[in-house]
Design a protein around this ligand. Structure first.
Ligand code: THU
Length: 159
């Protein structure tokens, strides 16, 4: 029997350590929570996607009375970005969540389905997608989605 281990690099940042573009992405993700449609969970998630053409697209989660028909902030925003700019690589996605009157202390991390969709963008444009996860305590930065979805089906880079 052989075994191998998989490790992921997660960088932990304070907001003040970020560069101006990164700060703006976090600010935009935080701002986007205001437009989330969350009558069922009351859990507002905002996302900001930076494209290779420097355009920033924001979005948020959209819920539905038939629960599976709703969509997470990450997928809403990525699909919209790809719908607007089909030929432009996705560079970074920043995510923030707001509930019970405040942003979460800990960063929230994308669900499995969103990780798969982020991976599709990374593979589609052959460009690593950086992920920034906002929490009041810390901001996690992951350099490419393969760190959050190891051994993924359809991965071009096994890291
Ligand atoms: N949600 C997101 O939008 N993104 C995540 O990363 C986690 C969960 C949404 C789905 C649902 O509308 C609400 O948060 C509660 O799960």
């Amino acid at each position: 029997m052989e075994e191998f281990k998989i490790s992921a690099k997660i960088q932990v940042y304070d907001y003040n350590e970020l560069n101006p573009v990164e700060k703006k992405l976090i600010d935009d993700a935080k701002e986007a929570v205001q437009r989330a449609y969350v009558p069922y969970s009351h859990f507002q998630v905002g996302a900001a996607v930076l494209l290779a053409n420097r355009e920033i697209i924001t979005g948020n989660n959209q819920e539905n009375v038939a629960f599976p028909s709703g969509l997470c902030a990450e997928r809403t925003t990525l699909f919209y970005a790809n719908a607007r700019f089909p030929d432009t690589a996705v560079d970074t996605i920043a995510i923030a969540a707001y509930t019970h009157g405040d942003f979460t202390e800990e960063p929230i991390t994308p669900c499995g389905a969103c990780r798969q969709v982020i991976l599709e963008a990374q593979n589609r444009y052959k460009h690593p997608v950086k992920i920034m996860l906002y929490g009041k305590k810390a901001i996690y930065v992951v350099e490419q989605i393969t760190d959050l979805l190891p051994l993924a089906f359809g991965s071009f880079d096994k890291g």
